[in-house]
Design a protein around this ligand. Sequence first.
Ligand SMILES: [Zn+2]
Length: 257
Amino acid sequence: MVNGPQASDGVRGDAFARDGAPWRLAATLARLAVPVSCPGCGLPDARLCQTCAAPWWEQPVRVEGLAPRLDIADRAALPVWSIAPLDGPTGGTIAAWKDGSRRDLDGWLASAMRRAAAEVATTLLAHGAYSLAVVPAPARRASTRRRGADLPRALARGTALGCDDAGMRATCEAVLRIGAGESRGRSARGRWREGARSISCTSAPSAPVLLIDDVLTTGATIAGCVEALERAGATVVGALTATFVDTGRARARAGLP
Ligand SMILES: [Zn+2]
C-alpha cells in the first residue's frame, strides 16, 4: 500500500489514479461516519463523550412552571416533563442534532426519550390512562428537508416505545401539521408566534395524547398543538420534551433545584 490505493485496487485504483475525487469522497464519508468531536464539549474523536451524555440519563423533571405562554385559559396547567436544561453541553448537543447534520444523534436522543417516557407513563398510568397517542409537534417541511429527518417524530417514536415498556398501549401518531405561513422578513419571535397559530390536526388521535417536542421554550408551540388537538376532539394529558430553556429565575420560581 506504499503507493496509495491505486496500487492494489485494480479498476477502482485506476479511477483513483485519474482524479482524486473518489478518494476525497471516501475520506469525507469516513469523517461523517466517525464525527470528529463531541458536540457537547469538543472532545476529539468522540460521538458524545460520557460527561456530555450524562444529562440524558436523568429522570425527566416537571417544567410547566417555566413556560409563561403555556397557560391556556380556564384549565389546570398541562403537565410537561423534560429531560435536560438547554445549556452547556446539552445546548451543544441539541444544536449539532438540529442544525449540524448529526443524524447519528437521532437514535441517541430517541433512546433518551424512551427512558424518560417510562417515568412519564408510570405517572399517567397512576391517573388511569392506559393507552396513549404519542403525537409529535409538527416540523416545518423545509426543516425536515434540510435536516433529512423529522426530528420531533423521531423523538415521538422513541417515546411510544418507552410507554410500551411501562405497560401502556402507545402508538406514534403524527397528526399535526404546521402552515407554511408568510414568514419571510419577520423576526424569529414573529415567525414562531405565527407558527404556533397555524398548527392544524389532520385526524383525531386514537387515544388520549402525550405531546412531544424537542425544546420547551415559552410553551407557545405546545399551547398551539393542544388547541389544534382539542379542536379535533382529542384530550391532551401531558407533554414531554427533550430539553427546556431556563433562566435561573424561572427555575427558582418553579421550585426546581
Ligand atoms: Zn463532551
